[in-house]
Design a protein around this ligand. Structure first.
Ligand code: C2E
Ligand code: MG
Ligand code: MG
Ligand code: MG
Length: 282
């Protein structure tokens, strides 16, 4: 259930400036309304397969266009949603839009998967598997077309129920991706015990890949390591043709970034899909 802001949340939260706390509280209050009145929406960013040179999927990214404050960064409002028990509601919303979009492309004959960001925090919520399976059922999408990108913030430990939950989701046919691999908590350790089919290299490694030999070698090593463990590799933050060509030469499987396409509303995404992947009837 969506709880109202509790007073203890207001008191315990943040050592920062009072203004910052008040800003967060007022954002939180408007976030509760924003989903209902259409201020929150979902953008889709293409994922390009480097072997076939085709867009084979998209990442669904939450967006909030506030009527007075303008666009609010997901780094900001997702963080607030995580802290104040709103992440389940936002994820339910994003999942619904993402699964609906993927189902329509799959129906049209495209080979297409959609990726949805799942906060590590949500993996401790026993309602998660049901929420996912309900979204798939509502739009009649097979689980193989949904990828869950695990975005860290909290450490996931090996013994936790979370790993068991992931294994159940994998058994149901979904794929797990380790987001922002190589930074924060998304360490090599995750490769040992998370049932992830995909590793997504953080964009900080990609930014200078064609000018910084250290970054180049690190990315090369990550790709080799992930492949040797049977995982697919996606590079995020690909902004130039040079980076894309380099990643192709390193056998990276897929790329995502402004060079391929920015996150756009669903109605604008279709232009990224290859005509040829559509199976024509008869
Ligand atoms: P992320 O999942 O790692 O998503 C990739 C971020 O990189 C997105 O930022 C995307 O717009 C940005 N990006 C894509 N290509 C490029 C590029 O070529 N260059 C640069 N500099 N950036 C690029 P965005 O949309 O601001 O999202 C930030 C983060 O917020 C996401 O990082 C994800 O962790 C979180 N997030 C977004 N939507 C959701 C959601 O529905 N649920 C959860 N739990 N987290 C979300
Ligand atoms: Mg992501
Ligand atoms: Mg990422
Ligand atoms: Mg991130």
């Amino acid at each position: 259930a969506e709880e109202a802001v509790r007073s203890d949340e207001l008191v315990c939260h943040h050592d920062g400036a009072k203004g910052e706390v008040q800003w967060e509280i007022s954002l939180l209050a408007s976030l509760d309304r924003a989903i209902d009145n259409g201020e929150v929406w979902v953008a889709f960013q293409p994922k390009l397969d480097l072997l076939t040179n085709k867009v084979i999927g998209a990442e669904a990214l939450a967006r909030w266009s506030h009527p007075e404050r303008g666009p609010i960064s997901p780094e900001k409002f997702i963080g607030i949603a995580e802290e104040y028990h709103r992440i389940e509601r936002i994820t339910r919303f994003v999942l619904d839009k993402a699964v609906r979009a993927a189902a329509s492309y799959v129906r049209d004959g495209h080979d297409f998967s959609v990726s949805v960001n799942i906060s590590a925090q949500l993996l401790r919520n026993p309602r998660l598997p049901r929420m996912i399976l309900e979204a798939l059922a509502a739009h009649d999408l097979a689980p193989a077309h949904l990828i869950l990108e695990i975005t860290e913030t909290d450490r996931l430990d090996r013994s936790a129920k979370t790993v068991q939950m992931m294994e159940e989701l994998v058994a149901a046919g979904l794929r797990i991706s380790i987001d922002d691999f190589g930074t924060g908590n998304a360490t090599i350790d995750y490769l040992r015990y998370l049932p992830a089919a995909e590793v997504k290299i953080d964009k900080s490694f990609i930014r200078e890949i064609d000018s910084n030999p250290g970054d180049h070698l690190l990315v090369q090593s990550i790709i080799e390591m992930a492949h040797s463990l049977g995982r697919q590799v996606v590079a995020e933050g690909v902004e130039t043709a040079e980076a894309l060509m380099l990643l192709r030469s390193l056998q990276c499987d897929q790329v995502q970034g402004y060079y391929v396409g920015r996150p756009v509303p669903f109605r604008d995404f279709t232009k990224h899909l290859p005509e040829k992947s559509v199976r024509t009837a008869g």
